[in-house]
Write a protein that binds this ligand. Structure first.
Ligand code: UDP
Length: 259
């Protein structure tokens, strides 16, 4: 049977939201055209009290199967709380996992933040995921890339090459899987059997490790994709709020058409 590729995307209102989502939408649409054997199911979790028309339109225009839900993290503007729970998009990703279970079709799950960059060929690779897969991520962890290392004799992952706190200890805990959110995928079977969810209690830098620890016991169990983790098909990109220059053309209500 055809496997479903679930793409879980948390999104929230910021100046770049429209262009970020549009870019992701067009990447996903291209991937679904290139790999028509795969069925992309885009799950958009909007961090807002209600679903917005702007986001709904982008989802609808994609022509993809999609779910669009509002999951509001009410502490967004609370700076003190933000420090305590530094993981953005966490409640949204967990809600995305519940949506996958509600849809109920077998397939692969990938967490695609709205502002990252993806090569459309990544999405064909993801469909090789049997349980939990791993692959390289560009511009990640303060380096050109983070990737796993594969033992050429066994074909198994024997290390994750990461420069950002690869042996980071939080209390007595180690970043066992020093990976970016964009660098792994899991099957729906793995989700159902392990019941893995993101932990709101995870400390900074431990979110991926805590989640992956629920899926596999050791790096050797991770299935390396994209030419044994040597090909970069996903990039961690972080959009920042643009610094506006004063633009007299747009004074007023901002609706003036630039001629
Ligand atoms: N996000 C969210 N609510 C927030 C902040 C971020 O839903 O208050 C989403 C955001 O749109 C993105 C993901 O969570 O899809 C990761 O956020 P961001 O890109 O800011 O974090 P990064 O991991 O790049 O530092």
């Amino acid at each position: 049977a055809q496997r479903v590729l679930y793409i879980i995307t948390p999104t929230h209102k910021r100046i770049t939201q429209r262009v970020d989502l549009m870019r992701l939408q067009q990447t996903l649409t291209l991937a679904s055209l290139q790999y028509h054997h795969s069925l992309i199911y885009w799950i958009i979790l909007e961090d807002a009290p209600t679903c917005s028309h702007a986001v709904r339109n982008i989802a609808q225009e994609s022509g993809l199967y999609f779910a669009h839900k509002a999951v509001h993290s009410s502490d967004n503007n609370n700076k003190k709380k933000k420090k305590k729970t530094p993981h953005r998009g966490l409640a949204q990703r967990n809600a995305g996992l519940e949506t996958v279970l509600q849809v109920g079709k077998e397939g692969v799950i990938y967490f695609a933040d709205d502002d990252n960059g993806y090569d459309s060929r990544l999405f064909a690779e993801l469909l090789f995921t049997r349980h939990t897969s791993i692959f390289a991520v560009g511009l990640s962890g303060g380096a050109a890339y983070e990737r796993c290392h594969v033992d050429p004799t066994t074909g198994k992952v024997d290390a994750i090459l990461s420069t950002w706190k690869p042996k980071y200890n939080v209390g007595k805990r180690t970043r066992k899987f020093p990976m970016d959110m964009a660098g792994f995928a899991l099957s729906t079977t793995a989700l159902v059997t392990t019941k893995a969810r993101f932990r709101p209690q995870s400390t900074a830098g431990m979110l991926e490790t805590d989640f992956l620890s629920l899926l596999v016991a050791d790096v050797a169990e991770l299935e390396p994709l994209a030419a044994n983790c040597t090909r970069i098909l996903a990039w961690h990109v972080k959009t920042t709020e643009p610094q506006w220059a004063h633009n007299p053309e747009l004074d007023g209500d901002g609706t003036k058409t630039f001629a």
